[in-house]
Ligand binder design. Structure first.
Ligand code: NAD
Length: 729
């Protein structure tokens, strides 16, 4: 069985069908590429064949490259991985360029055979780069399909000619959202944006492709960039328009990425340098830049966490074995507040019936109204069809009557963070639902094992911790309590899969995983304010380290009130061991001044009438005057990143995290830990344990024992061990 097969019809049109055996989505492997190359050669060399359609035997065209290919090209090149990559990439360019030139005479540009890409559905990454090399791209009108080049989102860039071809097809400026942001579009929008050439009814796809081939003339096969006198749309670099574009793009990329993502910079270089030279040279430049990115440790770490590990977790890497499918059909949500309404929203959108309960009917109705407003907004953005929104909304039944819970198979509780209230609703809901129903709490701070005491069936009690806002945050922490059974964990995982979110499974300990690590980050920022580090230095250092939001902004967003509440509860739980007096002094002072964060319109930042940040509050400098000697940016960065990474290591050491992949994926999706690093464990591996221990010792001597390296890290340093033992150094 092979990934590509071909048949030739009576009119001499060869149809190459991509259909990777035993996979629901086509992805390109090295073997697949060789098979495609052979079929293309066969078709071009066969005098009976007058044109070629490349299509798919599946509902979609292709999801992209099998990213393991990159690892293989590197490994197979032995001592010269960069050469192996470069040559592998150039071979890929060779195949696609062969399609593009289609056997035409190099001088007259005549005699080529038309090649059409016929896309029944989604075409991403290499799945769109192959069509870009064809002479016409025709897509079926399939609203579910996505077309584009999302590579940048996993730390690489389109390296099979997609960068060079799309920049030349649209111009650098117009191509920027697709190349630099990885934006993908449904076929109708892709047509309007110029990514594809035609959209037709699904049943007419192949017929239309053949019709185009039969009518194609020599001139239709010559790409604009292969024509004499071609000029880059929107201007090449040394033109007045091009100058503006490239200067603006560089500034934009640096502004957005703070220079920490090698892929964005390399992509821009490939476009800029490529625009100055003929097409084939541009492809070589793209290949060199792509090799450079693939050799960068950040890319390897991002691919591992954001692609390989994330997908493994979504596919159930942590699902208990032997438990049959637990997909949720009917869901009960207790509490129709911010989180409850959000959970009802994503579940209903995923096709699940929802009973949404609050203390009285009016409150439940308000929850449903929140969902309706969210759907209306999505419709306005064009992100949700009106019929879909209407159907989803109709799935939500708001009520105060627990009897409506009869027949639900999962209950998610999101009432006030108060053990008494939670215990009461647990008992009532369990009595109303059947004995098989699984009960989950969305608590952010209360131990699951304690809450399970209110349950008559603790083996069916589990934590499902969503993050706010529920519709945008894709991580879900599943917490196993002392008595939580395998079916409850499986149920939670199957529910998260239905919602198309990413699960991690953690043990029951204070703040679980994500909040446990984010709190020290916030605290370190506040501590520095107290020490007289200039607040702007703290915020900028965090952003320059690749954190999406500085710690002070984050305190304001989550609210200082919540910070004070958590600090009080932690202090009560830890007693004399409580280590964060210095933090609390800053926090309590702000609270006393009524500067409670963004919602209050005043916090560490000032806010305008519309709630927008207008700058750091100048009063901070009066309460905590700037120290005469300010730390280096690097020192502030080291403190802010290391304090999070150390907490992740401690969570792993303590068994709260059992799988470092979950630690890395959870850190990036849960709280935005510097995504360029691949997560805290990848970041530590990048430095090496010995170097990390030395950094910690220095930080510990200068700033206190919270930076003392954990025993596990020391042991790794002694053995020269890594968290990911198989990864290349
Ligand atoms: P919220 O105050 O917005 O909503 C709580 C809802 O519960 C309210 O609508 C309230 O009327 C309802 N409620 C209270 N007592 C009830 C009862 N006896 N029966 C039925 N309904 C009752 O709170 P929230 O922010 O949505 O948080 C809910 C839960 O989610 C908490 O456990 C919280 O720790 C957790 N959580 C919150 C966040 C967050 O960012 N806000 C994130 C993750 C988890």
């Amino acid at each position: 069985m092979t990934d590509f097969t071909t048949t030739t019809d009576a009119q001499g049109i060869a149809t190459i069908v991509w259909d990777v055996p035993e996979r629901s989505m086509n992805v390109l492997s090295l073997e697949g590429l060789a098979a495609l190359a052979a079929l293309i050669e066969g078709a071009l060399g066969d005098p009976e064949v007058r044109g070629v359609v490349i299509t798919s035997g599946k509902a979609d065209f292709a999801g992209g490259m099998d990213l393991n290919v990159i690892a293989r090209m590197k490994a197979e090149a032995g001592a010269e991985p960069a050469r192996g990559l470069f040559e592998g990439i150039m071979r890929m360019h060779g195949v696609l360029r062969r399609i593009e030139l289609a056997g035409m005479d190099p001088k007259t540009k005549k005699g080529g055979k038309p090649v059409v890409a016929a896309l029944p559905g989604t075409a991403l990454g290499i799945g769109y780069e192959i069509p870009l090399a064809c002479h016409r791209i025709i897509a079926a009108a399939n609203p579910k399909a996505r077309i584009g080049l999302p590579e940048i989102l996993v730390g690489i860039f389109p390296g099979a000619g997609g960068t060079t071809r799309l920049a030349r097809r649209l111009g650098a400026m117009a191509a920027a959202p697709y190349l630099l942001e990885g934006r993908t579009l449904a076929p109708d929008k892709a047509l309007a944006a110029g990514l594809i050439d035609e959209v037709v009814a699904p049943e007419a796809l192949i017929a239309r492709a053949k019709e185009w081939i039969l009518g194609a003339k020599d001139a239709d096969l010559v790409k604009p960039w292969d024509q004499r006198g071609w000029k880059m749309p929107g201007g090449a670099p040394y033109t007045p328009e091009g100058f503006m574009t490239f200067l603006g793009a560089s500034a934009m990329v640096m502004g957005r990425t703070q220079g920490v993502y090698p892929a964005a910079k390399a992509l821009l270089s490939a476009v800029y340098e490529g625009a100055l030279v003929p097409f084939d040279t541009a492809l070589r430049i793209e290949a060199r830049r792509f090799t450079q990115v693939l050799m960068h440790p950040s890319s390897g770490a991002m691919i591992r966490s954001l692609f390989i590990s994330k997908q493994a977790l979504e596919k159930g890497a942590r699902r208990p074995e032997g438990v049959p499918d637990q997909s949720v059909r009917r869901l009960g949500v207790l509490g129709a507040g911010m989180m409850g309404a959000g959970i009802a929203q994503v579940a209903a959108a995923a096709g699940i019936e929802v009973v949404l309960i609050d203390a009285d009917a009016a409150a439940a109705e308000r929850g449903k109204a929140t969902v309706a407003a969210a759907f209306a907004k999505a419709q306005k953005r064009g992100a949700m069809a009106p019929e879909r929104a209407e159907a989803a909304l109709a799935r939500i039944l708001p009520t105060a009557d627990y009897a409506a819970l009869a027949g639900v198979d999962l209950i998610v509780e999101a009432v006030f963070e108060d053990p008494k209230v939670k215990a009461e609703v647990t008992a009532r809901a369990e009595a109303a639902a059947g004995p098989e129903a699984i009960f989950a709490s969305n608590t952010s701070t209360l131990p699951i094992s304690d809450l399970a005491r209110a349950s008559a069936r603790p083996a069916q009690f589990v934590g499902i911790h969503f993050f706010s806002p529920v519709d945008r945050m894709n991580l879900v922490e599943i917490i196993r309590g002392r008595d939580t059974g395998a079916r409850a964990v499986a149920k939670a995982l199957d529910f998260v899969r239905q919602l198309r979110k990413t699960p991690i499974v953690v043990e029951d300990a204070r703040f679980f995983y994500a909040n446990r690590c984010i709190i020290p980050y916030i605290n370190e920022g506040l501590r520095m304010v107290g020490e007289g580090v200039v607040p702007a230095l703290i915020e900028n250092a965090a952003r320059l380290a690749g954190m999406p939001v500085g710690p002070l902004q984050l305190v304001d967003e989550t609210s200082i009130e919540l910070g004070v509440r958590i600090a009080r509860a932690t202090r009560a739980a830890m007693g004399a061991d409580y280590p964060d007096d210095a933090v609390d002094q800053v926090l309590m002072r702000l609270a006393d001044l009524g500067r409670l964060g963004r919602k209050a319109g005043a916090g560490l930042y000032d806010y305008g009438a519309g709630g927008e940040r207008t700058g750091l509050w100048p009063g901070l400098g009066q309460i905590w005057p700037a120290a005469a000697v300010q730390p280096d940016v690097a020192e502030v960065q080291a403190r802010l990143l290391m304090i999070q990474a150390l907490e992740a290591v401690r969570a792993h050491e303590a068994g709260v995290l059992t799988d470092i992949r979950e630690g890395d994926v959870g850190a990036i999706l849960g709280w935005g830990f510097a995504p360029w690093s691949g997560g805290p464990f990848s970041w530590l591996d990048m430095q090496g344990a010995a170097e990390a221990v030395a950094t910690c010792e220095g930080l510990s001597a200068r700033h206190g024992p919270r930076f003392a390296p954990p025993a596990a890290l020391r042991a790794m340093a002694e053995r020269g061990a890594r968290f990911y033992p198989d990864a290349a150094a």
